[in-house]
Design a protein. Structure first.
Length: 401
């Protein structure tokens, strides 16, 4: 088997391993919104303060991710992976010990830094394991992350609420496992780079998009960023603040409400997994349009429906919205195929950043106007997702060599 043929072979074990590490990394990140009900009761924080905590965490991660991606496109850094998780470990440890608002803000800085370091290099490892299965590899990688995020409401309901902040120590045990796994993965990653250097044959991503001018690429990226903005704003509202709407409007307890949020996020995991392989078959744009346009009417009516229908709509919206999560990363990489890390950092980082802005805006609106009017206002933001129709159309299958 020559080098090019070898690069076309998927490496499933490593594909799954980096996905598991992504799960552990994002579980650590998810501890923060999982703590929100505790922070309201224990420290008396306002919704605005909760929004600022989320803003610091997500904005710090989002700003640094494209920077890390740009640097590692020029000089890959395999051992940045375990270093990133060590930073997150420090952040969670500080959260467990924190007794003031300002210590919490410093702790989430460490978590944001860890996330910013992990994601671009993790996405590059996913790309290196993919062979011809680009959509599948990115889906497995993103499923890991989304699964970690989906654990947030369960962590809140069954660990943090019964045991308090000390319950978060279980996440530290998980992170120790993640650090060990990432050290092994970094060794494999380094060996792959050395083999590539010796063979003088580089991995290249062949785009499924037609030839595009620089202006068309810029416009497509702008449209993609609008979609990410609207989706991230909406999903952050759902995962961090919708619990308060369920309690106020439907009289649910926090643990029961957190189960509703978990179902929404778990369905997102299913959608994320389905999206990549589906995009390999029917094209990236078709999957993105399906994912973000079809849920719009369901998002608009969600604040007005009875409780039994809430659960149905959460399942539908959660599944559909996240079908395009991994697909957008691949689509951006195919728009600029020479910048794998930068595009991964830009798209995933922007998701964090837009979520951060959404958290601050939502928290402030809730403090000023109340929970219900804010939820209704945010649901209207989903109309922006219609811009997906204007993305350049691609072919169904792509091959990475």
């Amino acid at each position: 088997m020559n080098t090019t043929e070898k690069y076309n072979q998927p490496i499933y074990a490593m594909m799954v391993a980096i996905g598991v590490c992504h799960l552990i990394n994002d579980t650590m990140q998810s501890v923060v919104p999982a703590m929100f009900p505790l922070l309201v009761d224990g420290l008396g924080l306002t919704f605005t303060q909760l929004g600022l905590i989320s803003f610091v965490l997500n904005m710090f991660a989002s700003v640094l991710q494209p920077v890390v991606g740009f640097i590692t496109d020029k000089k890959p850094m395999p051992y940045a992976l375990p270093i990133g998780m060590i930073s997150s470990f420090i952040g969670v440890a500080m959260l467990i010990l924190a007794h003031s608002y300002w210590v919490i803000l410093v702790a989430v800085l460490f978590l944001g830094l860890g996330s910013a370091i992990f994601h671009p290099e993790g996405s590059r490892v996913s790309y290196m394991t993919a062979g011809t299965k680009r959509g599948l590899a990115q889906s497995i990688y993103q499923v890991g992350g989304n699964s970690g995020q989906a654990l947030a409401p369960l962590i809140s309901a069954f660990i943090l609420l019964p045991f308090g902040m000390k319950g978060a120590s279980i996440v530290l045990a998980l992170s120790a496992i993640g650090i060990a796994m990432l050290t092994k993965i970094a060794g494999w990653y380094k060996a792959q780079l050395e083999e590539e250097k010796l063979s003088k044959v580089k991995r290249q991503l062949i785009s499924s998009l037609p030839p595009l001018t620089k202006k068309q690429v810029t416009m497509a990226l702008a449209l993609l960023l609008i979609i990410i903005f609207a989706r991230s704003f909406y999903t952050t509202n759902m995962t961090s603040f919708y619990i308060f709407y369920l309690v106020e409007e439907y009289g649910l307890t926090i643990p029961v409400g957190q189960v509703f949020i978990f179902i929404f996020m778990a369905c997102g995991v299913v959608g994320t997994f389905l999206g990549g392989p589906l995009s390999d078959r029917i094209g990236r744009k078709n999957v993105i349009v399906l994912s973000v346009v079809v849920p719009i009417p369901f998002c608009l009516v969600l604040p007005y429906v009875p409780l039994w229908l809430v659960l149905v709509l959460l399942i539908v919206i959660g599944t559909l919205l996240m079908i395009s999560f991994s697909v957008m990363v691949v689509y951006a990489q195919e728009l600029v195929p020479t910048k794998i890390g930068t595009m991964a950092g830009l798209t995933v980082g922007l998701s964090f950043g837009m979520g951060a802005i959404g958290a601050v805006a939502t928290g402030k609106l809730m403090d000023l106007y109340g929970i219900a009017p804010t939820i209704i206002a945010v649901s209207c933001l989903s109309v922006l997702l219609l811009v997906a129709f204007f993305l350049p159309k691609d072919k169904a299958m792509n091959v990475a060599i």
